[in-house]
Design a protein around this ligand. Structure first.
Ligand code: GLN
Length: 477
C-alpha cells in the first residue's frame, strides 16, 4: 500500500478500508527490504506496531481521530524521542538513549501520528550530502551512485522511497530544502522560532529550525500546523498565532502575485539542466497569472562566508557539552581528566565536526573576534534588511534550490569549500530567519531531480506553500 498524500490515507483509514496496523506493517516490510538504502538508523518495529494497534482500538471505541491519525513518519536522528536512541549519526552519541520527547514529537503524538524510526543524516547536521555520517552514506533514490543531499538526507530519501509518508528534518542552512530538491520531495524550513527547538540537538542555535519533508504541499501545511507555536521550553519560539496553513495555502491566488527573481540566483555557472527545469516552473507560474519581476540581492556572494563563520562559532560552543563526562562515548584510553576529554572528543567526533569546532573557536578567539565573528554579525543584519526590502516589492522570491543536480558519492568529500557551495542559495533565508520551501521542479536531461526554492517574509509559510502547490499543478498539466 502506497499513498500519494495523507488525505488519501486518512480517508481510507476513517472509512475502515484499511487499518493503522496494516499500513504500518506495509511500511515496516518495505523498510526491512531496503537495507542497502541505509536510510533508517533505528527502526521502531514493535513500538510502531503497538502504537498502530492502540490507534485502531481507539477508533473502534469511537474516539475522535487526531489531525494526523495514523500518519507514518520518519524522524531525523537529531530530534529527541523518549526511550529511543538519539545518535546525531555521531560516534560520540553511539550508545545514547534520549530521556524526553522534543516538543514537536510531543505534538505529533498528541495528534495520533506514528513514528516508524530515526533516520540517517550528516553528523550533527553538518553537511550537504549525508556522507558525514558514522552510519555511512545514503544513496540517492533516483541514482544510487549519487548523494541524496544533506544533512536531512535520510528524511528526504525516506519520503522519496515510500519508507515514510512524511519526515521531520532540521535546517540550519539548507538541510531540509537541499535534500528535498535532490530527492524530488517538498521540504519546508519555517520562519526561525516558528517551531520549538526543544529536543532538537543544537548545531547553530540562532539558525536551527525543524522542518517538514513530504510528497506535497498539503501534507507539509498540515504537519506544520500541528507542530508550530509557542513553547515555554524554548524561549526563542514565537508567540505569533498559528494560522490554518491548509486554508491559507488553498486560498492563495496567483493572479497579480509578484514573484521576485534575483539575478544573483542565476549565475553563468548555474547548471544548465537546473536552469531549464527552474525556468519551466517560472513560466508555469507566469501562465497561471503571477507577475515575474527581476530583482537584485547584491550581497549574495557573502552568504556562505558569513554563514560558516556564525554557525561554526555557535557549533563550537554547543558541542562543548559532548565531553565524555555527561553524554555518550567516553574514551577507554585516558590517564587523567584532560586526556579523557581530549581522547573522547578526538575518537567520538568525525572530521567535519572537528573542522567546524576548530574554525568556530578560531573566529571567537580574542584576537579574531572583531575581524570575523563581529563582521559576520554585521553582514547578517545587512542580509536581513536586504531581504526585508525585497519582500516589500515582491510577495515571494524564487530560484533554484541548489546550483547543481545531485552529485556523485565521494565527489566533494576532499574539498570542503566545494561542498559548502552546495548551500549558496539556501543559506540566505537562514541568515535572515525567513521561511523557505523547496518544491519539486521536474528533472534534468539525465533524469535527476531539480528543486525550486521559494522564499517568503516572516510567518508567510501558508503563502509559500500556496505558490508551491501552484508549481505542482503547473508541472502536472
Ligand atoms: N549544509 C549546511 C552545513 O553543512 C547546512 C546544514 C544544515 O542546514 N543543517 O552547514
Amino acid at each position: 500500500m502506497q499513498f500519494s498524500s495523507y488525505q488519501n490515507l486518512r480517508k481510507r483509514l476513517l472509512q475502515r478500508e484499511t487499518t493503522c496496523e496494516a499500513v504500518v506493517r506495509g511500511y515496516l516490510e518495505r523498510i526491512r527490504d531496503s537495507h542497502d538504502k541505509n536510510i533508517y538508523i533505528t527502526v521502531f518495529s514493535d513500538r510502531a506496531l503497538n502504537r498502530a494497534k492502540d490507534l485502531d482500538r481507539k477508533l473502534e471505541e469511537g474516539a475522535e481521530p487526531g489531525k494526523l491519525f495514523g500518519l507514518p513518519m520518519a524522524i531525523k536522528d537529531n530530534i529527541s524521542i523518549e526511550n529511543a536512541p538519539l545518535t546525531c549519526a555521531s560516534g560520540i552519541l553511539a550508545n545514547y538513549t534520549a530521556v524526553y520527547n522534543a516538543t514537536a514529537v510531543e505534538r505529533l503524538l498528541a495528534e495520533d501520528a506514528i513514528f516508524l524510526g530515526k533516520v540517517n543524516m550528516d553528523e550533527f547536521a553538518m553537511g550537504s550530502s549525508n556522507e558525514n555520517s558514522s552510519f555511512g552514506p545514503v544513496p540517492n533514490p533516483y541514482d544510487a551512485s549519487r548523494v541524496p543531499g544533506g544533512s536531512s538526507g535520510g528524511s528526504a530519501a525516506a519520503v522519496a522511497s515510500d519508507l515514510a509518508l512524511v519526515a521531520l528534518g532540521s535546517d540550519t542552512g539548507g538541510s531540509v530544502r537541499q535534500p528535498a530538491g535532490f530527492c524530488n520531495v517538498v521540504g519546508l524550513k519555517p520562519t526561525y522560532g516558528r517551531i520549538s527547538r526543544y529536543g532538537l540537538v543544537a548545531f547553530g542555535s540562532s539558525f536551527d529550525q525543524i522542518g517538514v519533508l513530504s510528497k506535497n504541499c498539503d501534507d507539509a501545511a498540515l504537519v506544520l500546523g500541528v507542530i508550530a507555536g509557542r513553547d515555554a521550553a524554548d524561549t526563542t519560539s514565537s508567540h505569533h498565532a498559528v494560522p490554518d496553513y491548509v486554508s491559507e495555502m488553498q486560498a492563495l491566488s496567483l493572479r497579480g502575485l509578484k514573484i521576485g527573481i534575483p539575478k544573483e540566483y542565476f549565475p553563468d555557472t548555474l547548471d544548465s539542466g537546473v536552469a531549464s527545469a527552474v525556468d519551466k516552473c517560472l513560466d508555469g507560474l507566469r501562465s497561471a497569472g503571477a507577475e515575474l519581476k527581476e530583482i537584485t540581492l547584491p550581497e549574495s556572494d557573502y552568504a556562505i562566508a558569513a554563514y560558516y563563520i556564525l554557525t561554526t562559532a555557535e557549533a563550537s560552543s554547543n558541542l562543548a557539552r559532548f565531553d565524555g563526562a555527561r553524554y555518550g562515548y567516553r574514551s577507554k584510553d585516558a590517564e587523567d581528566l584532560s586526556s579523557m576529554y581530549i581522547n573522547s572528543r578526538t575518537e567520538g567526533f568525525g572530521s567535519e565536526v572537528k573542522r567546524r569546532i576548530m574554525l568556530g573557536t578560531y573566529v571567537l578567539s580574542a584576537g579574531y573576534y572583531d575581524t570575523y565573528y563581529k563582521k559576520a554579525q554585521q553582514v547578517r543584519r545587512v542580509f536581513l534588511n536586504r531581504y526585508k526590502d525585497a519582500l516589500k516589492e515582491v510577495d515571494v522570491i524564487a530560484g533554484p534550490t541548489s546550483p547543481f543536480p545531485p552529485f556523485g558519492i565521494g565527489d566533494k568529500m576532499d574539498d570542503p569549500l566545494e561542498m559548502y557551495l552546495a548551500d549558496v542559495f539556501t543559506v540566505p533565508a537562514s541568515i535572515a530567519g525567513i521561511p523557505a520551501v523547496s518544491v519539486p521542479a521536474g528533472f534534468d536531461d539525465s533524469g535527476l531531480p531539480v528543486g525550486l526554492q521559494l522564499i517568503g517574509d516572516f510567518f508567510e509559510e501558508g503563502k509559500l506553500l500556496g505558490v508551491g502547490m501552484a508549481v505542482q499543478k503547473a508541472l502536472h498539466e
